[in-house]
Write a protein that binds this ligand. Structure first.
Ligand code: ATP
Ligand code: MG
Length: 457
């Protein structure tokens, strides 16, 4: 067959290396030079991406060589450019499609768009000619637990799954250790693994990638970041975020109507955001109905002359009602610490929404200024939503690029958008800590301008 007349590469797994993180053009060589040969791709993807195509992540101009420090190899250098690999189909591919057994797994919590990504991965694999595609049920646990059988996937199975939220494959937290997962992958003959999940899932995917490399297995492990909170470093936006903001607005609007229609009404809405307030900030900005936006990045007090409650009283006096929008990770210092963790080891947060609701009711009762407090927690309704149009497109492109990346021989990577371009990023770079709202950014200041809230300290 025309496709395979290039001699089989004996140690092709040497090409399955994580791409260097961000690299300075002048000081580092892109790993793409390793990708000299491969099988020609049978598919005509309306043009190919060259392995040397790069996307500018950022340019930093330092005021002096001293402040540039270790970032620059050249001691007189005062600026650094960081680039990442452009995502997309390559002309040379590293797997014969008929030898591929691809597996997809979804872990962590739900997020709008999971089914869209699963669907697009399956479709793209089939276009490459892959026949053996399976879904691992209920997260990493599906690799291990008895009685959980793999789910054969094909275009017929996935055709309409994007019309509903959730995950066709199911999700879970916790589960087997990495060597058990890799043993299981060896038993099943899986040589492409697509992992959809958040920071924990990606830490797992990176560990699986490292274990496969250690065992010299010819396996590509590719992640698609799923975080409704949009808290992944370096990326413009993760799938599900846009839908979450849109749905959150409905909850805020309900809270506004309840508050506005009551005598001295206060509406409180709790949104997602364990360590980052992006959803709360964007939903507050989008709705224009929020008077107080509380996010994990900004400490605040409830009581005292500069506290949230006193401000709510002023709002009731001046405009008759008030709406509070808060992220679940906000004000954790106001709650009792429990140290309880979920099966994945994540700290279980105290419920700040319920706490503020109770404190607000108590406060207005105590000062003899009756207020009508309504509390809305739309978290699970938002997570279970179907992806909106913008997220549907994002999921489609990410799903396609995940498959292109695996076929190109990349492993230990994840897909995303940087500066509006689609790119491949090494997993450790994006999960080292959660991305947070920059309190000096124009966006946060715009949010404060929109709500008109003071500092609560
Ligand atoms: P979410 O954003 O919904 O919390 P997540 O991917 O962070 O998504 P987790 O429950 O933290 O969700 O982790 C998902 C899976 O990843 C679990 O099965 C967990 O056991 C595994 N995992 C988490 N951290 C690691 C790690 N450091 N190494 C290996 N596996 C991990
Ligand atoms: Mg997580």
């Amino acid at each position: 067959e025309r496709r395979f007349d290039i001699p089989h590469l004996t140690d092709v797994f040497e090409h399955l290396v994580p791409i260097p993180s961000t690299f300075c053009l002048r000081s580092r060589t892109p790993a793409s030079e390793d990708f000299a040969d491969g099988y020609p791709s049978d598919e005509k993807w309306h043009g190919y991406i060259n392995n040397n195509d790069k996307v500018l992540l950022k340019t930093i101009h330092y005021s002096s060589p001293t402040s540039a420090g270790a970032e620059c190899i050249d001691p007189s250098c005062t600026w650094v450019e960081q680039w990442v690999h452009r995502a997309g189909p390559r002309e040379k591919i590293y797997f014969k499609p008929e030898e591929v057994k691809a597996a997809i797994v979804t872990c962590g919590g739900l997020c709008p768009g999971l089914n869209d990504v699963i669907r697009q991965i399956v479709i793209t694999l089939e276009i490459y000619g892959v026949k053996d595609i399976i879904g691992i049920p209920f997260g990493y646990r599906g690799f291990y637990d008895e009685g959980r059988h793999e789910m054969p996937l094909s275009r017929k199975v996935i055709q309409n799954i994007h019309l509903a939220g959730g995950s066709l494959l199911g999700v879970s937290r916790g589960g087997p250790d990495v060597s058990d997962i890799v043993n299981n992958m060896e038993e099943r003959g899986i040589n492409m693994l697509f992992v959809l999940g958040g920071n924990g899932t990606h830490a797992g995917a990176n560990a699986i990638h490292n274990e496969c490399r250690k065992r010299r297995m010819r396996v590509a492990v590719v992640g698609v970041p799923k975080t409704i909170d949009n808290d992944i470093l370096l990326m413009d936006k993760t799938f599900g975020f846009d839908t979450a903001v849109e749905e959150a607005q409905r909850a805020i609007n309900s809270a506004y109507i309840e508050a506005h229609s009551a005598f001295r009404g206060i509406g409180i809405v709790k949104l997602m955001g364990r360590s980052s307030g992006f959803i709360a900030m964007h939903a507050s900005l989008a709705s224009g109905q929020v008077d107080v936006c509380l996010i994990p990045e900004v400490p605040f007090y409830l009581h005292g002359p500069h506290g949230v409650l006193n401000h709510l009283k002023c709002l009731l006096e001046s405009k008759g009602s008030a709406v509070v929008c808060l992220a679940e990770g906000a004000g954790q210092n106001l709650l009792e610490k429990t140290n309880a963790t979920d099966p994945s080891g994540n700290i279980i947060l105290g419920d700040i929404g319920v706490h503020i609701q109770l404190e607000t009711k108590k406060y207005f009762k105590e000062i003899g200024f009756p207020a009508d407090v309504k509390y809305i927690d739309p978290t699970y309704m938002i997570r279970a939503c179907r992806a909106n149009a913008a997220d549907g497109i994002l999921c489609a492109v990410l799903g396609q690029n995940a498959v292109h990346g695996a076929f190109a021989g990349y492993s230990g990577i994840t897909v995303g958008t940087c500066n509006t371009h689609y790119v491949y990023l090494p997993i450790p770079e994006v999960i080292s800590y959660p991305k947070q709202v920059d309190l000096n950014s124009r966006m946060w200041h715009r949010c404060l301008t929109s709500t008109g809230q003071p500092d609560f300290v």
